[in-house]
Design a protein around this ligand. Structure first.
Ligand code: AMP
Ligand code: ZN
Length: 450
C-alpha cells in the first residue's frame, strides 16, 4: 500500500491511480536566473516521488512547466515580471535569457540525477490556450477588468482557498488591494503598461499583455494530462497562493479540482531562514559543487523527510558527503558478483518509501543492509542496486581509484609475475599508505578502499 500526505485534505491517504498511467504535474522553475539549491530541493522530492511510483510498477507521465513569462516579483500579482526585469538589468533579449536559464536548469537536474520529465512545456508555448481559458472564465462570469488587467473574482466560488490557511494569509503579508474586489482575487491577464517596453507580450481580446502565472499551470496540466490527474506537486509556499489559484480556475472552468493529490515539500533554510533570492542567502548548485559532489546534496535532502525543513550549512554538507562516500565504498567493496536481491530488505525499503516517501528511513534500511553480517556480498550488491533505482545516488558507480594507486598496482603485478616478492610487498604497503588495499584474485588483483 502506498500512502501520501495530501495537502488537499491535510492527511495521509492511500494512493490509488485514476488510470493505468499515473499523471504527475510538477510546477517548474521560473527561468530568469540560476535555480538556487532550495528550488532544487523541491525537484529532488518530485524525482523521488516519481521513482517510488515506478518502483511500485506504475507507469508515470510526468509534466513539468517552464515558467518563462508572467511570474511577477511578488506572488500576489504585484511588481515586475521577473524575466523582463532581469532582461532589462542584463540588457539581454528576454527570449535568449529564458533559453539560457532553461538549459542551465536542465544541466543542474542532470547533475543531481533528477530524471527529465516526459514533457517539458514552456508557458510561452501555450498563450493561445491560456487566452481560451480566460475567455471561458469570462463567459462563466468569474472575471472582471480593472486598470492593470483581467482578474479572477474569488468571491464567486464556494470554498475558494480551502487548501490554504486563508486567515493566516489575510492577517499576514497580504495584499495590495489596488482596485481589486477581494484581497484574494488574482490576475489572469495583465496589460502591458504604456512605456514599459515589454519584450514578451501578446495580443488578446482584452488588450496587449501577458498571462498571469497561475493560469499557465492550469492550462499546461490540462493540455498534457487532462483533468483530473493524479498528483500535483510544488514547494510548500504554493499552498497559500499559487495552488489555490490553480484550483479556483479549474473548478470555475471545468467544474473540478485538477488533481487528486497535492503534495508539497518544505523549505531549505539557512540559519533557520528560508533560502531565497530576495534575501540573498542563497547558493546555486554551481556554488556548492566547488567543494562537494552534487550527489552529496541529493543525499542531504534524502536524509530528511520532504515535509521537514532542511537547514543548509557546510557541516551538514560535509556530513552528507562523508556518509555518501562511506556508503559507496561499502558498495564497491561488495565486488562485482550479483545475486538475487533480498526480499526481506526490499520489503523494509518499500515500507519506508511507500509511507509518504520516508527517505531517511530508506537510507537507514540501506545502511542496515550493508552492515548485515549474515548476508553475502552478492545479495547485498543486487539489493543495493535495486534500492538505488529510487535513491538515485549512483551507489554502484566506482569511486574513482586514483591514477597513482592504479599505477602502483600494475607495477606490483609485474614484480609478482617476475617473482620479485619483496619489491611487490613494498608496493603493497605504498598502496596501503594511499588508503587502498590490494587483494590477489584468480586472474589478477582487486583494489579496495581501506
Ligand atoms: P520558482 O523557480 O521561483 O518558481 O521556484 C521553484 C520551486 O522552488 C517552487 O516549487 C518553490 O516553492 C520552491 N522553493 C523556493 N524556495 C525554496 C526553498 N528555500 N526551499 C525549498 N523550495 C523552495
Ligand atoms: Zn504551477
Amino acid at each position: 500500500m502506498i500512502e501520501f500526505y495530501n495537502s488537499k485534505t491535510r492527511q495521509k491517504e492511500k494512493f490509488q491511480p485514476l488510470k493505468k498511467e499515473v499523471g504527475l504535474y510538477t510546477c517548474g522553475p521560473t527561468v530568469y536566473d540560476y535555480a538556487h539549491i532550495g528550488n532544487l530541493k523541491a525537484y529532488i522530492f518530485e524525482d523521488v516521488l516519481k521513482r517510488v511510483l515506478q518502483d511500485n510498477g506504475y507507469k508515470v507521465k510526468h509534466v513539468m512547466n517552464i515558467t518563462d513569462v508572467g511570474h511577477l516579483v511578488s506572488d500576489d500579482d504585484t511588481g515586475e515580471d521577473k524575466v523582463e526585469k532581469k532582461a532589462k538589468e542584463k540588457s539581454m533579449d528576454a527570449w535568449e535569457l529564458t533559453r539560457l536559464y532553461t538549459e542551465e536548469f536542465k544541466k543542474d537536474i542532470k547533475k543531481l540525477n533528477i530524471k527529465d520529465p516526459d514533457i517539458f512545456v514552456k508557458a510561452t508555448e501555450t498563450i493561445k490556450e491560456q487566452i481560451k481559458l480566460i475567455k471561458t472564465l469570462e463567459e462563466k462570469g468569474f472575471t472582471y477588468e480593472i486598470e492593470d488587467g483581467i482578474y479572477f473574482d474569488t468571491s464567486k466560488l464556494d470554498n475558494y482557498g480551502k487548501m490554504a490557511n486563508l486567515d493566516q494569509r489575510e492577517a499576514g503579508k497580504r495584499i495590495e488591494m489596488k482596485d481589486k474586489k477581494n484581497p484574494t482575487d488574482f490576475a489572469l491577464w495583465k496589460f502591458s503598461r504604456p512605456g514599459e517596453n515589454r519584450q514578451m507580450e501578446w495580443d488578446s481580446p482584452w488588450g496587449v499583455g501577458f498571462p498571469g502565472w497561475h493560469t499557465e499551470c492550469v492550462v499546461m496540466a490540462e493540455k498534457n494530462l487532462g483533468i483530473p490527474f493524479d498528483i500535483h506537486c510544488g514547494g510548500i509556499d504554493h499552498v497559500e497562493i499559487h495552488h489555490p489559484n490553480e484550483i479556483a480556475q479549474s473548478k470555475a472552468a471545468f467544474g473540478k479540482n485538477p488533481a487528486n493529490f497535492w503534495m508539497h515539500s518544505e523549505f531549505l533554510t539557512v540559519e533557520g531562514e528560508k533560502m531565497s533570492k530576495s534575501k540573498g542567502n542563497f547558493y546555486t548548485l554551481k556554488d556548492i559543487i566547488k567543494n562537494y559532489t552534487p550527489l552529496a546534496y541529493r543525499y542531504l535532502i534524502l536524509n530528511s523527510h520532504y515535509r521537514s525543513k532542511v537547514n543548509f550549512s557546510t557541516e551538514a554538507m560535509s556530513g552528507a558527503e562523508n556518509s555518501l562516500k562511506k556508503m559507496k565504498e561499502r558498495v564497491i567493496n561488495l565486488g562485482n558478483e550479483k545475486g538475487d536481491p533480498s526480499s526481506k530488505y526490499k520489503d523494509k525499503f518499500l515500507k519506508a518509501v511507500n509511507n509518504d516517501l520516508n527517505t531517511p528511513q530508506a537510507l537507514k534500511v540501506t545502511w542496515n543492509l550493508l552492515k548485515d553480517k549474515d548476508l553475502n556480498d552478492s545479495v547485498k550488491l543486487a539489493t543495493v542496486i535495486d534500492f538505488d533505482k529510487v535513491l538515485g545516488l549512483d551507489l554502484n558507480k566506482e569511486v574513482e581509484i586514483p591514477k597513482k594507486v592504479k599505477e602502483l598496482a600494475e607495477k606490483r603485478e609485474e614484480y609478482r609475475e617476475d617473482k620479485k616478492y619483496e619489491k611487490a610487498d613494498n608496493l603493497r604497503s605504498k598502496i596501503n599508505d594511499l588508503g587502498y588495499d590490494i587483494e590477489d584474485v584468480k586472474d589478477g588483483y582487486k583494489l579496495k578502499k581501506i
